[in-house]
Design a protein around this ligand. Structure first.
Ligand SMILES: [Zn+2]
Length: 230
């Protein structure tokens, strides 16, 4: 895949995200995303950037309403020290916003592998490794991070914020097929991938290691992933 096409794709991603591009452009973007993890991550960034501010605005409105209510009751109690109130409100706003962002948005918790089930590990026609993932503790999985360490271990790490949300259909990452494009990831990372783990260095499930023969993906899986544009 050439640099030029990645650049063009990235210019088009915002339009693609807003579904305002032509069917042909849409197809082009999807075909590219299927092969290019970098651009896929770029699309995820757009999704996150667009979603977080919207939610924050609503949450900030709620916070300022709460502070208004607090101010009203203070007036009733004749605690009218404006300076004091101002400082306390400012501290309240700051801690509410920081607390909100920290608890709900930073996807810094990896999900323990004992609630993850990986099955149907197989190899697709084009060499990609495909597997079915199910996170069965009933909570949403917000993000999957891939990372190749210096020894050539690839970690596929499931992440969610500290405050978990319940998983609801349509399921995002917590129930479904996902694939690993070893060749692509080797190109991006510049390292030879020897093992693929689900989880973290300390808590992991082996998906594949170099030399391991995997069964061929079933026709249904091939068709399903093709249909999803993967
Ligand atoms: Zn690309």
């Amino acid at each position: 895949m050439s640099k030029v096409s990645c650049e063009i794709i990235r210019d088009m991603l915002p339009l693609y995200y807003d579904s305002v591009c032509s069917d042909e452009s849409k197809r082009m973007v999807e075909e590219h995303l299927a092969k290019c993890n970098n651009c896929k991550m770029e699309l995820e960034k757009i999704q996150d950037e667009i979603h977080i501010p919207e939610k924050n605005i609503i949450e900030n409105k709620k916070s300022s309403n709460a502070i208004k209510n607090i101010s009203i009751s203070w007036n009733r109690l004749r605690l009218k020290s404006l300076i004091k109130g101002g400082i306390i409100s400012a501290l309240l706003i700051t801690s509410i916003i920081l607390g909100y962002v920290g608890l709900f948005k930073w996807e810094m918790n990896s999900v323990a592998t004992d609630v993850a089930e990986i099955s149907e590990i197989s190899e697709m026609e084009d060499g990609k490794i495909v597997y079915y993932l199910e996170i069965n503790d009933g909570y949403r999985l917000d993000r999957i991070k891939t990372h190749v360490d210096n020894e050539g271990n690839l970690y596929i790490t499931p992440l969610r914020p500290i405050i978990k949300k319940e998983a609801q259909p349509p399921y995002a990452f917590e129930k479904g097929y996902d694939f690993i494009d070893i060749k692509e990831l080797e190109l991006i990372s510049g390292k030879k991938i020897k093992t693929v783990y689900f989880g973290t260095k300390k808590d992991k499930i082996l998906i594949w290691e170099y030399g391991m023969e995997l069964p061929k993906a079933s026709e249904e899986v091939e068709k399903y992933l093709e249909f999803r544009g993967l």
